[in-house]
Design a protein around this ligand. Structure first.
Ligand code: P1T
Length: 457
């Protein structure tokens, strides 16, 4: 993209153009999907810069450059073909690559509330295979973090807002403490929930922004992928070496899909944020709710930090368009117990009961049984991942329809039905809950599927 560099572009424009240029041979405006696994050489070692597709792929580079620019990397394409952005086969594969930058026995400090799979990778894989020594700590309190951090800490891993309890971490405060204790310590922030439209970790002194691009970046729940971005050229070279040496790269078809999804990221995030705020406000007034957690509500204990940190500037004060920057994720504690939570989850119809988040469609899930089942039970209890905690990923449907759907759930949960009478079929059939959307609920949602043994290890 060539433009007058003295005039920064709005993020809405960047999601379409950043790091993109017409394909040099044909002028194709959208990047072709380069499927070739290898590239012809004129003479041994004499090639065009493209040798083998694990190492170099033009479609993947186009995606990587886009995310690198959105996250604020200033690495020039002349110095690094993907400007410090790296795409992987999943968010967890991207995290694995960061861990592989460490050495056996290194110390890691991790936020205590993170995606269950990130916790599992550190505790049940890296502790054994790399001997990483993990400390999980509540980093919402910088003093606690300072106590956990040692001069030998090699990696700090945070998520903000956290999955699933939507705690916030003051990135600038954590970066200052960490670098004072050990200037060489790597600071990585999983920016999946916020997206670069709502928060840019590199601007706050972090070395790496990480994404499960499976979520908001792709935005359509149709491509599992992960991304890393750094603005430090030396670190970029290390990540590139490991990305290639380990090999969990993102394929060209998925790279194309994710890049295509990002073109509407600004539009989608504005709608996600606007609707989530309305739903959070509605939930807060609802008698069936014990407590709502949403960073955009003044009742969120870190609302002031959210307003400061979740408002990235894209230069010259340019900010994403849209009323709310607090994202599309809400968690709430439903009144009652597991029975009420189950009836609620089984009864909503527009919100699909499923893991994942960040797609155009609304999703709902029960973290204790679903996404965070791999977190040790005592840790879940301490974090508040209880039987009554419900997580919403607010999609871009009309907000009134979403609210009506949630009301249907509350009627089923608290409408005087006994557990026995609350089967989804009965709920759909009763007069208070019109069966208009009943056909879209897949049959498997009515029973708990067995967990394949490989996943429950
Ligand atoms: O699924 P994968 O692309 O490997 O990403 C893992 C991951 C990493 N970080 C965060 C914050 C995540 O939420 C996830 C995946 N999360 C879910 C599948 C979920 O429903 O929470």
């Amino acid at each position: 993209m060539s433009h007058d560099a003295s005039r920064p572009l709005h993020p809405d424009t960047q999601v379409i153009h950043a790091g993109q240029h017409p394909e040099p041979v044909t002028g194709a405006v959208m990047p072709p999907i380069f499927t070739s696994s290898t590239y012809a050489q004129r003479s041994p070692g004499e090639h065009t810069g493209f040798e083998y597709s694990r190492s170099h792929n033009p479609t993947r580079y186009a995606l990587e450059r886009m995310v690198a620019k959105l996250e604020g990397s200033t690495i020039d394409e002349k110095d690094d073909p993907s400007c410090g952005g790296f795409a992987f086969a999943s968010g967890l594969a991207a995290m694995d690559c960061v861990c592989q930058l460490l050495s056996a026995g290194d110390h890691v400090v991790c936020m205590d509330d993170v995606y269950g799979g990130s916790n599992r990778q550190l505790q049940r894989v890296k502790a054994r295979s790399q001997g990483l020594n993990n400390t999980f700590v509540d980093m919402t309190d910088p003093a606690r973090f300072a106590a956990a951090m040692t001069p030998k800490t090699a990696l700090v891993w945070v998520e903000t807002p956290t999955n699933p309890t939507l705690k916030l971490i003051d990135l600038a405060a954590i970066a200052k403490i960490a670098k004072a204790k050990n200037a060489n310590c790597l600071l990585a922030c999983d920016n999946t929930f916020a997206t670069p439209l709502n928060q840019r970790p590199l601007d706050h002194g972090f070395d790496i922004a990480h994404h499960s691009g499976t979520k908001y970046l792709s935005g359509h729940s149709d491509a599992v992928n992960g991304l890393l971005v750094t603005g430090d050229l030396e670190l970029a070279r290390k990540i590139r070496f490991h990305q290639n040496a380990i090999g969990a790269v993102l394929g060209p078809f998925d790279s194309y899909l994710v890049l295509r999804g990002i073109k509407t990221l600004a539009l989608r995030m504005a709608r996600h944020g606007e609707s989530a705020l309305k739903i959070a406000q509605w939930l807060e007034q609802h008698q069936g709710v014990e407590r709502v957690v949403y960073p955009g509500l003044p009742s969120h204990p870190q609302h002031a930090l959210a307003k400061k940190q979740m408002a990235p500037s894209y230069g010259a004060g340019l900010r994403p368009a849209g009323p709310g920057n607090f994202g599309g994720m809400i968690t709430f504690y439903i009144e009652g117990g597991l029975d009420e939570a189950r009836r609620f989850l089984e009864s909503v119809q527009l919100f699909t009961l499923a893991e994942s988040l960040g797609g155009v469609e609304s999703l709902i899930e029960h973290p204790a049984i679903m996404t965070h089942a791999s977190v040790p039970p005592d840790m879940r209890r301490d974090l508040g991942i209880s039987d009554t905690l419900i997580r919403l990923s607010v999609g871009i449907e009309h907000v009134d329809d979403l609210i009506a759907d949630l009301e249907r759930g509350f009627k089923a949960a608290h409408g005087g039905m006994t557990t026995a009478s609350a089967s989804p079929a009965r709920v759909r059939g009763n007069a208070a809950n019109p069966p208009s959307l009943s056909n879209i609920r897949p049959a498997h949602q009515t029973s708990t599927p067995a967990i394949p043994p490989i996943l429950s290890l």
